[in-house]
Design a binder for this molecule. Sequence first.
Ligand code: FES
Length: 176
Amino acid sequence: MDVSADKQRINRRMFLKITGWGSFFVTIGIFIAGTVRFLFPRVLFEQPPTFKIGFPKDFLPAVPDMRQGTLRVYEQWKKDHSVWIVREGNRLYAIYAKCTHLGCTPNWFADERIFKCPCHGSRFYSNGVNFAGPAPRPLDRFRIFLASDGRITVDKSRIYRFRDFDKQGAYLYLEV
Ligand code: FES
């Protein structure tokens, strides 16, 4: 009787058994991982493109002052939405706070009534039109409109370029 041949046979059987079970558990593991991933899909939670900013009465014409005249720039939506709301006369704009040169965020300087970009020095009037620096065009605007609930709404999915600034939506006309 050849003992070493028996041992080899047993070792081979053990090896096949271990490999077989190993493959089985790996397959099951992959299946479970796939199922779990299916149940918890990778989702990016982005902000919705529209947001409400208030009622027309919240944007009443300003009492003229030395710094800004009747112009008002509302900065409270800049941080979270990259938007300035500007009231000039009876028009309300939603200006995209992104420089049209390379995308930096400009700042509003109330004393000078202009936006300045900190990156390469572009300058923009309060209506977003560029007048100095490398920015190739005015700041873009988002659609602004009165929703059915009477609240002013900004829609970031609709962008207006300079040529469309006189279209409804690029501004909201306020009676008050
Ligand atoms: S990114 Fe604003 S001037 Fe260059």
